[in-house]
Design a binder for this molecule. Structure first.
Ligand code: KG4
Ligand code: ZN
Length: 317
């Protein structure tokens, strides 16, 4: 079995996955509550929390799988991109566990991890396909040719799609992270009530910062009573604009190819409904988790014991 560890942002996660891609356990401890009052992740606070949680979360993953470290033959860990201080906690834990058991260690790219959420049982997807990866930190369109061969077709020029959801939610007075709350509220609103712009960007790139500004201008003149009355309509119209921007690009590249969607925003109900033929990551694997990291590790050669002790984390690709 592979022990996967993920600490790139504000989720402390550990999972056990077999070499065949069966999830034996998948433990995610979210720190969202801790960061909510700041309206975003505070890196130093996240690192300290990871440090407290990493050992219990790994222990819980082993217990849930009915396993011990004797059953683990490889350790996989997110090396980047993400918050360096947060990544270092997971990386140090993974090194310590692997080194103490003389196991190989597989450093995994977080974005390849999200794609590998599609490769798990039951019903794994096989490349080739076009993948939309939309999360809080990234919005990428990838041409996935093989398990370890993906080419970048487009990316965001400014905010990520999940970031647009979170910033929009904040303007509407919803909690953090706001994507899910905005999704729920949008179901009660009229998506045609406001005409928010979809940025015209050349090529296959995305841009969401203008949309956020448009929402700001729509919200600013409203009194708090007016905002309360229009909140659902604003949410529905704003979500519609984000989803339209994503759909436009996906349809442009699809051209009969299979489409897959991964990352936190893949949990969005309007996006899921708008792409009935696409393959979506299972809901539990859309937001950050370690099962996807262990999954990705199945397709890379691990670093043999003890050559990984000087591995470093990276903030961006
Ligand atoms: O993949 P993820 O856990 O973290 C990153 O790697 O960034 O994605 C988190 C993002 C957040 O921005 C969150 O608001 C968004 O995914 N999200 C959603 C939904 N659920 C989570 N966005 C829209 N609709 C949802 N249902
Ligand atoms: Zn992620």
């Amino acid at each position: 079995m592979i022990l996967g560890i993920e600490t790139s942002c504000d989720e402390t996660a550990a999972a056990l996955v077999t070499n065949d891609g069966e999830i034996r356990s998948n433990v995610v401890s979210s720190q969202a509550d801790l960061h909510a009052r700041y309206g975003g992740v505070v890196p130093e606070v996240a690192s300290r929390r990871h440090l407290e949680l990493i050992a219990p979360v790994v222990r819980e993953a082993l217990a849930e799988a009915g396993a011990t470290l004797d059953d683990v033959d490889r350790v996989a860990v997110t090396q980047g991109p993400g918050l360096v201080g947060a990544l270092l906690v997971g990386l140090a834990a993974a090194k310590a566990i692997a080194w103490s058991r003389r196991l190989p260690l597989a450093p995994v790219d977080h974005l390849q991890g999200h794609v590998a959420s599609l490769y798990l049982e039951p019903g794994p997807l096989e490349p080739p396909f076009v993948c939309l990866l939309a999360s809080g930190g990234h919005t990428l369109l990838l041409d996935v040719r093989a398990h370890t061969d993906e080419r970048l077709l487009g990316t965001t020029l400014d905010d990520a799609a999940g970031e647009a959801f979170d910033k929009g939610a904040r303007l509407l007075g919803l909690g953090y992270p706001g994507g899910r709350e905005l999704d729920l509220l949008a179901r009660e609103g009229d998506p045609e009530a406001y005409d928010f712009p979809v940025a015209q960007v050349p090529g296959l790139d995305f841009s969401f910062s203008g949309l956020k500004t448009a929402l700001l201008y729509a919200v600013r003149p409203l009194s708090s009573d007016e905002l309360a009355a229009r909140r659902a309509d604003l949410a529905a119209s704003y979500q519609r604009a984000i989803v339209r921007a994503l759909l436009e690009r996906v349809r442009e590249v699809a051209d009969g190819r299979r489409i897959a969607v991964v990352g936190g925003v893949a949990a969005n109900s309007e996006l899921r409904a708008a792409l009935p033929d696409a393959v979506f990551a299972p809901l539990a694997l859309c937001t950050d988790n370690a099962a996807m990291i262990a999954s990705a590790a199945r397709f890379v050669s691990p670093v043999p014991y003890p050559g990984y002790l000087d591995l470093d984390a990276y903030a961006s690709r």
